[in-house]
Design a protein around this ligand. Structure first.
Ligand SMILES: Cc1cc2nc3c(=O)[nH]c(=O)nc-3n(C[C@H](O)[C@H](O)[C@H](O)COP(=O)(O)OP(=O)(O)OC[C@H]3O[C@@H](n4cnc5c(N)ncnc54)[C@H](O)[C@@H]3O)c2cc1C
Length: 407
């Protein structure tokens, strides 16, 4: 009997499959994942697991028997290689054909690689649990780790590796860590933080040449002229959404992802969730493709509602993100893209402040450094698209919620 076939065992696919059952869906549900391990909490991979505070057995989204108990047939190590939308059949690499009434595409992203990277056993990217376990094995006390790419992932691993006792160099061609995502004020705070924790922070710097001996990188020559001896390398230069199946299906691609409708639908019997979905946001007057854990989970839950016909509501939840590095927690609500004004609340040299992004006088995003309270309160300002006055906003003693109420 044709049921629901979910392609992808990440945050979005897992949430879709399990929420469907919680909503009383009685159709057969199959969750197909190319990975050989059950869905795991990827955010734990660069943090708790990398710091050695959790083992690979302790990062699952759910207890291993949760899927069987929910009646979800999980197929691990299986790749979906094609879809026949006329016959409503998903083709697996192992020759299996899975008929579907509903198809959930939740194929996520793949770690990007740089051109000219050597094929070396100690050069890593990080996406899966297997990647994380392989990298973690190299992070022994005193190991020299070069992290190429100071985005969220690179910064988190740099912090975790320092805590694990490694000597860490962090380089990026951009002028500051996580600069494109969080802007120069917060980026400067994180550059200081990493330097204070003993990371050799080299911004506006890339890798010019690799030295390889016996299939291992031994050193990297950087564009600033330095030569860095290494025991391990992490290349963390972003991720590419896995769009092969949507492209094969002829689904419209926009803003870097599948152009879904406001209920995450992408054609008859097909929904798309997580990193691959470019969702229309009336608030931002455009589509947003978000690479965040909580957004992928919420997409999965929302898609389950769409399938179970329990909900015909639009997906409007604001992007929300967090990152833990040493004693700093970064939180972000909303999207900074297109902002035309920035207001800093508090002392940006301190360990607690927030940055509010505005567009045409309305708050569109808020980033907090150890200030999750302000970020949570700002969500209302963002989703209600309220106009606020800069002077009051800049005062960290003011309650940001009151600005929404009185504006
Ligand atoms: C190490 C790490 C740390 C992170 N930390 C944070 C954080 O702190 N906060 C935050 O908000 N976000 C974080 N993220 C991002 C977040 O994890 C992703 O945005 C989220 O996992 C996306 O979920 P998804 O379901 O779209 O895809 P994914 O989680 O990428 O899952 C996609 C799954 O689909 C499978 N797949 C792909 N193609 C096929 C196919 N053809 N057939 C079968 N299976 C297929 C893949 O193997 C994978 O299992 C982190 C990501 C990583 C890698």
């Amino acid at each position: 009997m044709a049921g629901v076939v979910v392609i992808g065992g990440g945050a979005g696919g897992d949430a879709a499959a399990l929420t469907l059952r919680q909503r009383g869906c009685t159709l057969p549900i199959t969750l197909v994942s190319e990975e050989r391990t059950l869905p795991c909490e990827r955010p734990l991979l660069s943090k708790d697991l990398m710091r050695g505070e959790r083992t690979e057995q302790q990062v699952g989204i759910r207890p291993p028997d949760a899927y069987e108990r929910a009646g979800v047939d999980v197929r691990l190590g299986v790749r979906c290689v094609g879809i026949d939308p006329e016959r409503r059949v998903a083709h697996m690499e192992d020759g299996d054909d899975l008929p579907y009434e509903w198809l959930v595409l939740a194929t996520g992203s793949t770690a990007r690689r740089l051109p000219g990277l050597p094929d070396a056993a100690n050069l890593h990217t990080l996406r899966s649990l297997a990647d994380a376990v392989a990298l973690r094995r190299e992070l022994h006390d005193g190991a020299r780790l070069l992290v190429v790419g100071a985005g969220f992932l690179g910064c988190e691993v740099a912090a975790s590796a320092r805590i694990a006792g490694c000597r860490v160099t962090l380089c990026d061609v951009a002028d500051g860590p996580m600069l494109a995502a969080i802007g120069p004020v917060a980026a400067a705070a994180f550059a200081r933080l990493h330097a204070e924790h003993g990371v050799d922070v080299r911004m506006a710097t890339g890798v010019e040449e690799w030295e390889v001996l016996d299939s291992r990188v031994t050193a990297a020559r950087l564009t600033d002229g330095a030569s860095i001896a290494v025991d391990a390398v992490l290349v963390a230069v972003g991720a590419e959404p896995n769009l092969a199946l949507p492209r094969q299906l002829g689904l419209a691609i926009d803003s870097g992802g599948v152009a879904v409708d406001d209920r995450l639908g992408a054609g008859t019997g097909i929904v798309c969730v997580g990193d691959i979905a470019a969702v229309p946001y009336a608030l931002y007057e455009r589509r947003l493709r978000v690479e965040h854990w909580q957004t992928a989970q919420r997409h999965g839950e929302h898609a389950a509602g769409t399938i179970a016909r329990a909900s015909s509501e639009s997906f409007t939840e604001l992007p929300w993100f967090w990152s833990d590095q040493y004693e700093f927690q970064l939180t972000q609500a909303g999207s900074c893209d297109g902002a035309d004004d920035v207001v800093v609340r508090g002392d940006e040299q301190s360990s607690r402040f927030s940055v509010v992004y505005l567009r045409r006088g309305r708050v569109v995003a808020c980033i907090g450094v150890n200030d999750g309270v302000t970020v949570r309160r700002a969500r209302r300002l963002i989703s209600d698209a309220v106009e606020v006055r800069g002077a009051a906003l800049a005062d960290p003693a003011s309650d940001i919620r009151a600005l929404a109420a009185t504006a």
